[in-house]
Design a protein around this ligand. Structure first.
Ligand code: FE
Length: 261
């Protein structure tokens, strides 16, 4: 990109495509969501992609006279970087466990690796799904709080839109304190990493879906009825090794938490 001089040069590499800029002479904003009717700039055009000879539609000040008014993209990028710092540590920690303590254990699914999925800020904490070759857990991490004093093994019920979930406190040297809610263990039913991460993403959606609360209750009823039916017919053993559907995995995992309450 050429033609950036003066005040804009300092922010050229820092602003995101969503940055709303403002003329520092007359305070006219340029919002990429709206574009610029005056010069036939289409909505969706980032400020950085405006022609070099573009100027303030109101006062004619050159592009270089524009300053950042707000940049939601940069805020999101900063937040993503902060969350990545936390999840990178979590992934490194459990990759280390996999390669040491869990090495050669029979319940390891060799098709899988350690992956953090869907981590985000939620109610002052960081929340997401951790996939390892031997479990899939919902993980809650502190966001600035000191959780180093958490007592491993302590149970805590945490409520979400879809229902209440039992988390167990734990601490690790690298990760520090964290709270974990078991979704699946072991992980034998997942054929590929993508199957596991698809389910993890679906869990992160279902978790915040109030409609899922009723569905979870129904799923529990249906499963209880099915189990009773199976118990009544001893020769009717469930198929082993068949790939579970995504839906049964999610409702199975979540309703199992419901039962554990
Ligand atoms: Fe202006």
């Amino acid at each position: 990109m050429i033609g950036f001089e003066g005040s804009f040069l300092g922010v050229a590499g820092k602003i995101s495509a969503r940055a709303v800029m403002e003329c520092k002479i007359c305070w006219t904003p340029y919002d990429p969501a709206e574009g610029d009717d005056f010069r036939q700039v289409d909505p969706g055009t980032p400020f950085a992609d405006l022609p070099d000879d573009w100027s303030c539609p109101n006062c004619g000040a050159p592009k270089e006279q524009f300053m950042v008014l707000e940049d939601p993209g940069a805020v999101a990028r900063q937040e993503a970087a902060e969350i990545a710092e936390v999840t990178d540590r979590l992934v490194a920690d459990f990759t280390e466990v996999w390669h040491s303590t869990m090495r050669g254990m029979p319940l390891i699914n060799k098709a899988l690796r350690v992956e953090a999925v869907g981590f985000r800020r939620h109610e002052g904490r960081i929340l997401g799904v951790l996939i390892t070759p031997w479990f899939m857990n919902l993980i809650q991490l502190p966001d600035g709080e000191d959780w180093s004093g958490l007592k491993p093994g302590t149970k805590e019920v945490i409520g979400f839109a879809s229902g209440d979930y039992e988390f167990i406190h734990n601490t690790r040297e690298m990760t520090g304190g964290y709270k974990a809610c078991s979704l699946f263990s072991p992980m034998a039913d997942f054929v590929r990493q993508k199957d596991a991460s698809d389910v993890a993403r679906a869990v992160m959606e279902a978790l915040f879906d109030p409609a899922h609360r009723a569905e979870t209750d129904r799923a529990t009823d249906i499963r209880a009825a099915r189990e009773a039916e199976l118990a009544a017919r001893a020769d009717d053993s469930p198929t082993i090794g068949s790939a579970p559907t995504r839906r049964t995995l999610i409702t199975g995992g979540i309703s199992a938490q419901g039962e554990a309450r």
